[in-house]
Ligand binder design. Structure first.
Ligand code: ATP
Ligand code: MG
Length: 564
């Protein structure tokens, strides 16, 4: 490709709204242009990268026997109503104004509908179906360039199996295919256990790229392979347990004492035995949650424990239901509440908690004796430095970007949409499903996050838009131009994708800057000074290493380098 005629607008200045390097560089290197919040145009150079990533995805999906579809993005709203997801997606779902249609944010419903119509017997199973397609989500805060867009490409696949054991196999195939896709895309990534959401399912994992700008938070152990999204991460932390004989419950006057630290200071005791009471509303049911001391309640774990999403109760409802304001609420003699507690508090005694009367607490609470606990669950958020649940070493808490999610759905969608099959005994059963997503843009953005310097991008050859960036330094010098043209032809002949900077009237300095910004793995610089001695200069973008070689050896050198 000749740069003189290629549409590749590069920018010297950073876009004002871009905080992440990938966002800045994708705009500056002419890969994308913003159209509106969370909506981007892909320019020719960026689209080349996109196609390469999509090709890697296709190869690895095809390799596990997946079959490629292309479904419509425009969906009848009724199908989404049948699974309750118009409500579940809420404002994230784009609605069409003049027809009962929505723009699909994902495709479980439509693939399941096809399965329902055409999968009849156990002989039709298993199936692995996928597509690479545009998704629409009205993200409330589109940010970080293409990492969170309102329109984006997703590879989504769906598996249909006879049993949960077979689902495990389909899921395992995806996990391995995903590892290959991300490795081939040149990403350093890790896999975490993930939250399956209030929408159920029997297990899920996310593929993550560590990044200070990531919107997800994960606990990772550097000693063993434990890694989990903070939404589900657990740690080793001693239970509060029992001490001595339980004494009778005693009311304590605690004027204006509200927070756990204030109570601990006032009563001169450690925070451990202070049972913090949190009040939530789960679909109309009032739930009191007991946490030890300053342990933080994890709302995802709470939703898993309750089997539904719960919201912190409004202050005015607190008084109505408990007789007290937040800070004085407690589990003893509390009526009309379901009471659950964090596992660390299991059967503990000698606890202090609110008395359901403003400015009073109760001491010597024994959870075995004084409270009807509906269940103990792991409800706390892991803190940095706590012990890994596998090996006990210290956990790190890191921010990360989710680049993929694999999900054992089970029968939620097949049951809702009646996608059943007849088993060997002739019994009708719901198909067992999995669903699996990859954010295609996120692969590209994360690749740039991990492979760049102040001057620009450093593409890994697997997804680089071109293999080689050839620049002829002086377009007025006939010999230079002739030598550059020859390298251009020979490289193309050898099967390489070459971007040839043949622009007239552009200074050498500017050409070098653009070459670093655009970031192809190898730069070939044809200039007067070296050519006088029959030589051409190579620069390897990743290491910055330069090498002057005889003109006749350029192709061989590049072949050798790109083969590794
Ligand atoms: P997130 O938690 O980041 O909003 P999600 O859990 O909603 O993502 P999924 O529904 O699991 O995402 O979608 C599959 C994949 O699609 C994600 O792993 C992510 O890589 C990508 N993705 C999701 N939302 C966006 C978006 N708004 N822009 C770009 N890629 C996205
Ligand atoms: Mg997800």
């Amino acid at each position: 490709m000749r740069l003189s005629t290629y549409f590749l607008p590069t920018l010297k200045e950073n876009p004002a709204d871009a905080t992440m390097a990938s966002h800045r560089l994708m705009v500056r290197a002419g890969l994308i242009r913003p159209l509106a919040a969370g909506i981007y145009s892909w320019l020719p150079l960026g689209w080349r990268v996109m196609k390469k990533v999509m090709e890697i995805i296709r190869e690895e999906m095809d390799a596990i026997g997946a079959q490629e579809f292309q479904l419509p993005a425009l969906n009848p709203i009724e199908i989404w109503e049948e699974t309750g997801r118009v409500e579940a997606f809420g404002d994230t779902l784009f609605h069409i104004k003049n027809r009962p249609l929505v723009l699909a944010p994902t495709h479980e419903e439509i693939f399941t509908t096809i399965a329902k119509d055409h999968i009849k017997s156990y002989r039709d199973l298993p199936q692995i179906w996928y597509q690479i397609q545009t998704k629409f989500r009205n993200e409330p805060r589109p940010r970080s360039g293409v990492i969170r867009g309102r329109q984006f490409f997703m590879k989504d696949s769906y598996t249909f199996d006879r049993s949960f054991e077979d689902l495990d196999k389909s899921y395992g195939l995806h996990r391995e295919a995903y590892k290959k896709i991300y490795s081939r895309s040149g990403l350093k990534f890790f896999v975490v256990g993930a939250y399956s959401g209030a929408m159920g399912g029997t297990g899920s994992q996310e593929f993550m790229v560590e990044s200070a700008d990531g919107e997800d938070t994960c606990a990772v152990c550097d000693n063993c392979d434990y890694a989990a999204n903070l939404e589900v991460a657990s740690s080793r932390k001693d239970p509060v347990g029992r001490v001595g004989e339980s004494r009778p419950v005693e009311e304590i006057h605690t004027p204006n004492i509200k927070t756990i630290d204030q109570v601990a200071g006032f009563l001169k005791m450690s925070t451990e035995r202070l049972a913090k009471s949190l009040v939530y509303n789960a679909d109309g049911e009032a739930v009191l949650i007991l946490m030890a001391g300053n342990d933080q309640l994890n709302e995802s774990k709470l939703a898993t424990a309750l089997g539904k999403t719960a919201y912190a109760m409004q202050p005015e409802d607190l008084v109505k239901l408990t007789g007290a304001n937040a800070g004085s609420i407690g589990p003893v003699s509390l009526k009309k509440f379901r009471i659950i507690a964090d596992k660390r508090l299991e059967d503990a005694n000698e606890l202090v908690s609110g008395a359901n009367k403003d400015d009073y607490h109760l001491g010597h609470i024994d959870l075995q004796r004084d409270v009807k606990i509906d269940g103990y669950y792991d409800l706390r958020t892991v803190e940095p430095g706590e012990g890994c649940p596998n090996c006990g070493q210290k956990l790190r808490i890191v921010n990360a970007i989710e680049i993929g999610h694999i999900f054992k759905l089970g029968t939620k969608y097949s049951a809702a949409l009646h996608a059943n099959y007849l088993d060997e005994a002739g019994a009708e059963k719901p198909v067992v499903m999995g669903s699996y997503g990859i954010g295609v843009e996120r692969i590209i953005a994360c690749h740039i996050e991990q492979n760049h310097d102040d001057n620009g991008i450093k593409w890994n050859k697997s997804i680089a838009p071109f293999d080689v960036h050839l620049a002829s330094v002086n377009m007025d010098n006939k010999e230079v131009v002739a030598a550059a043209e020859k390298v251009f032809d020979d490289l193309k002949e050898a099967g390489f994708d070459v971007l040839y900077d043949d622009r007239q009237g552009v200074s050498p300095g500017f050409k070098f800057k653009d070459a670093d910004l655009l970031g192809m793995p190898v730069q070939v610089i044809v200039g007067e000074r070296n050519l006088k001695h029959g030589n051409i200069e190579l620069k390897f973008r990743n290491t910055g290493e330069r090498k002057v070689v005889p003109a006749g050896e350029v192709i061989g050198e590049i072949k050798k380098f790109l083969a590794n």
